[in-house]
Write a protein of this length. Structure first.
Length: 225
């Protein structure tokens, strides 16, 4: 929103009105499209190619295919979160041939659409949850250590933790709060990308809850004298 207002030399309130169709002319729409590297014809074609309802869960075959290659699964997740392959290729110096092969495979798996404008669109909702073994195993293999090998005593390590006592109903509500937080993080990433702020980095985030192992407390020395 901020980037649009700056580039178009109008206030954010004006941009908001345009985005809901109030006072939006063809010239203004074309100007906004150019900021995204598109022309009106591209927008029309993408509207024609718009998918139906997005999938909220991957099939077992899709998960198996993604879990076979860590780059393929990472690329898919970046696309789901709105990052175009060209940006990912630039960040990781991915050869054109490799990226083309990866995109072709994702397309064959019915996980993405490759639009005539050259952009790529995910066919899976970004709120999806991995419920099957293949991708959970991939996370266990590659991502678990990223978080559990952190030095939590280091001042530069950013984390929050909490200990609470909850009923089963409370635990369900906590899981829902975690989902809501995930959505807020995704919205933040979208806004940050639109702002075109320099120095954007890849950030990993894990939210998890579990019943505590209370044996250290029960075995503690009660003599505090």
């Amino acid at each position: 929103m901020l980037r649009l207002s700056r580039e178009l030399s109008v206030g954010e309130a004006t941009v908001k009105r345009w985005l809901v169709g109030k006072g939006l002319t063809i010239d203004r729409l074309e100007a906004m499209a150019r900021l995204c590297g598109l022309v009106l014809g591209d927008l029309a074609r993408e509207a024609e190619d718009a998918p139906g309802e997005l999938a909220h869960e991957l099939t077992l075959a899709q998960e198996k295919a993604l879990s076979s290659n860590i780059f393929l699964s990472f690329l898919f997740m970046t696309i789901v979160n709105g990052v175009q392959p060209a940006e990912t290729a630039a960040d990781f110096a991915v050869p054109l041939r490799t990226m083309e092969a990866a995109l072709a495979r994702l397309e064959r798996l019915a996980l993405i659409d490759r639009l005539r404008s050259g952009r790529v669109r995910a066919l899976v909702d970004r709120t999806m949850v991995f419920r099957k073994l293949p991708l959970r195993s991939l996370f266990e293999q590659h991502m678990k250590r990223v978080f559990f090998e952190l030095d939590y005593s280091a001042p530069e390590t950013i984390y929050t933790s909490e200990v609470v006592k909850l009923s089963r109903a409370g635990q369900v509500q906590l899981a829902e709060l975690m989902d809501q937080f995930r959505g807020q993080v995704q919205a933040l990433a979208d806004r940050d990308a639109q702002s075109a702020a320099p120095g954007r980095e890849w950030i990993g985030l894990l939210t998890v809850m579990r019943q505590l192992d209370l044996s250290p407390i029960r075995e503690a020395d009660w003599d505090l004298s």
